[in-house]
Design a protein around this ligand. Structure first.
Ligand SMILES: C[S@@+](CC[C@H](N)C(=O)[O-])C[C@H]1O[C@@H](n2cnc3c(N)ncnc32)[C@H](O)[C@@H]1O
Length: 616
């Protein structure tokens, strides 16, 4: 049968990529998570253990039937069902006859004769049920689907029927065999679920994803086959005769939802290897997919193969736009090596040194206190049962908290609305200033952090800068809401919702004093030797100077006395100057310094960072 988006024509590409990657062992299992018509699983069933899934029941039955064809001998039935069904002319005036032929309604999916034969075939398969193995039952259903497809009066899908009889539809239906490769299926496990609901429970080695990529809902296009397999005679809609499509509705056919689900699948799958088929005109961009796969996977293993337009001929290639498929691959990395990044481009961000920070934190069940939290690049990466986020700048705390508090999809729609409403775009100063003026005109307690985030995206280096009266005053920039930021936002928002985080906006000392239990205090204060727009003291929040630095040192000595472990991120030398006061303090107290070498800041300037700890 012709199936929308079926991958029949690229199974060879998939196989050669798997061979290139050395994935040839027959001990491996292959999970075709959006199996559709089963062409990929069928081509690999002799090589791997196969697992299939699709949201549509008929698709799972059809694929199972195809895969199992070589083992269907109908021993218990005792005769050849094909011969039997094709040699009689029985018919029944059942649900298909009444619903999908011009009998009781005007619908012209089938001639009345063929519809009555379909009803008979479906009834007969059910009558034989007890004499059939599960594989034989699915195989007969798959063959029925194949046979029905050959005489349907449609343009290939069942979203509508043709108003005139196609010559195909006028031929008498034959009960035909579904196409299947001759290999025996090593082993088969089936699921009929939304993949996003089961991804973390399915054991597999290779995950293959071939999600829908347009607004086209498969449930709408194939409602009739679902009804054929379920055999449940449901209430149907007037014109197309469709069963209710809502249980079959897929979120993969929605912009942003597809991105959010993709992030979840890659993060949660138990598979070590992930393959994805996707189209260049799908909802998710190549940039987004690459960023996401490299976050959870080993960057050096990443592959993106463009499959040429000619090789990939299907219903879509009929339109004028160049259409081609991508085949992506990545090998996943250990989950403790996955690093999340803040969607805020925060000055002094520790994103680049998170791995060093993590290896230098002792393993114990600490309450992790990120008390100068900023963009939260550190705390988000700590797998502790309790995490404290604090930043004196309440606009920043509200921003970070907003990623936890708002549904990510709603958040993205909000950002898109703001961009549209103000006409925000790269380097458009006028639109930017209008949005910024609107934000600043609102009383502080009415300022939506999502509005601030949307404006930040179009500001200079996407920085967060306020003036003394708490007005956001960063000028317009050359950046925009690109797909790398989208990927960071989605993965960060999912993680922040999963962790146990408490949010505060106060002086770090007040917060630490409030906490009880086994604390690990991480501090990333402004540095005396470098000045960011958040620590010059002119921004409506206290700045950073020698007095504050000395107070910090004293406070940390207090923590040491109480046996509380701390880690301080700081800078000893910068542009030829050395912070002697700091060196003295380290020596006097016998603290340990971990050198991290040169770190390049978000504006491109280098600084020499160290970690100072009060433990071995
Ligand atoms: C592009 S087709 C797959 C084609 C298949 N590889 C083939 O060669 O025939 C996408 C499939 O995803 C299924 N689907 C849509 N949303 C889903 C979800 N959330 N979970 C599982 N399957 C879903 C659709 O029913 C459809 O069969």
């Amino acid at each position: 049968m012709r199936y929308l988006g079926n991958k029949e024509s690229i199974v060879n590409e998939i196989q050669s990529l798997l061979i290139e990657k050395g994935l040839t062992s027959s001990d491996l299992s292959f999970f075709d998570a959006f199996c559709g018509s089963g062409s990929v699983a069928d081509s690999l069933k002799g090589k791997y253990s196969i697992i299939i899934n699709d949201i549509l029941k008929w698709s799972v039955e059809y694929t199972k039937g195809r895969l199992c064809a070589p083992v269907c001998s109908f021993d218990q039935l005792g005769f050849d069902p094909f011969e039997y069904l094709n040699s009689n002319s029985c018919s029944r005036e059942g649900f298909f006859f009444k619903t999908y032929a011009p009998t009781k309604t005007k619908r012209m999916y089938f001639t009345p004769e063929n519809a009555a034969r379909i009803d008979y075939f479906r009834w007969q398969i059910e009558e034989w049920r007890e004499l059939l193995t599960d594989e034989e039952y699915s195989y007969l259903l798959a063959c029925l689907i194949e046979s029905v497809s050959s005489v349907s009066n449609t343009a290939g899908v069942y979203g509508a029927y043709l108003k005139k009889w196609d010559p195909r539809a006028l031929k008498a239906i034959v009960f035909e065999r579904v196409g299947s490769s001759n290999d025996k299926c090593k082993s088969l496990k089936t699921y009929n679920e939304r993949i996003e609901d089961i991804i973390d429970t399915v054991d597999c080695d290779i995950l293959y994803l071939d999600p829908p990529y347009t607004q086209n809902q498969y449930g709408t296009q194939y409602h009739l086959l679902e009804t054929l397999v379920l055999n449940d005679e449901p209430p149907v809609s007037d014109i197309t005769g469709s069963r209710s499509t809502s249980p079959m509705r897929s979120d993969w056919s929605k912009e942003y939802k597809a991105n959010i689900l993709f992030d979840k699948l890659i993060a949660k799958t138990r598979a070590k290897y992930v393959l994805l088929s996707y189209s260049n005109d799908g909802f998710m961009s190549k940039e987004f997919i690459e960023a996401s796969m490299k976050r959870y996977g080993k960057p050096e293993s990443f592959v993106c193969k463009k499959i040429s337009y000619k090789k990939y001929q299907n219903w879509k290639s009929q339109n004028n736009k160049q259409h081609f498929e991508y085949l992506f691959f990545v090998e996943k990395r250990e989950s403790n090596l996955v690093q999340f990044e803040s969607p805020l481009n925060y000055i002094g961000s520790k994103a680049k040194i998170v791995p060093e920070i993590k290896v230098n934190i002792p393993h114990d069940n600490y309450t992790f206190c990120d008390v100068f939290g900023g963009g939260f690049n550190v705390g988000i990466n700590i797998e502790s049962d309790r995490i404290i986020y604090n930043d004196l700048n309440f606009f920043v705390t509200d921003l970070i908290k907003s990623f936890r508090d708002y549904d990510t999809y709603e958040y993205l729609l909000y950002v898109r609305r703001v961009i549209k409403r103000f006409g925000l775009e790269k380097a458009n100063a006028e639109a930017y200033q209008r949005a910024r003026a609107y934000y600043n005109s609102l009383p502080i307690d009415k300022r939506d952090p999502r509005l601030l985030f949307s404006i930040i995206l179009y500001g200079y280096q996407q920085q967060i800068r306020f003036n003394g009266s708490h007005e956001f005053n960063n000028p317009v920039g050359m950046r925009w809401f690109n797909d790398k930021v989208l990927e960071k936002l989605i993965s960060f928002s999912r993680t922040i919702k999963e962790r146990q985080i408490e949010f505060y906006s106060d002086d770090y000392r007040t917060i630490i004093k409030k906490m009880s239990g086994n604390l690990f205090v991480y501090l990333d204060p402004p540095y005396k030797l470098t000045t960011g727009s958040y620590n010059d003291g002119k921004r409506g929040f206290a700045g950073w100077n020698e007095t504050l630095e000395n107070e910090l040192f004293l406070f940390l000595d207090g923590l040491t006395k109480q046996n509380t472990k701390f880690m301080l991120s700081y800078v000893i030398t910068h542009r030829g100057k050395t912070n002697e006061n700091l060196l003295l303090w380290i020596r006097k107290n016998g603290y340990r310094t971990i050198q991290l070498g040169d770190v390049i800041g978000i504006s491109g300037s280098r600084r020499q960072e160290v970690l100072i700890v009060n433990y071995e």
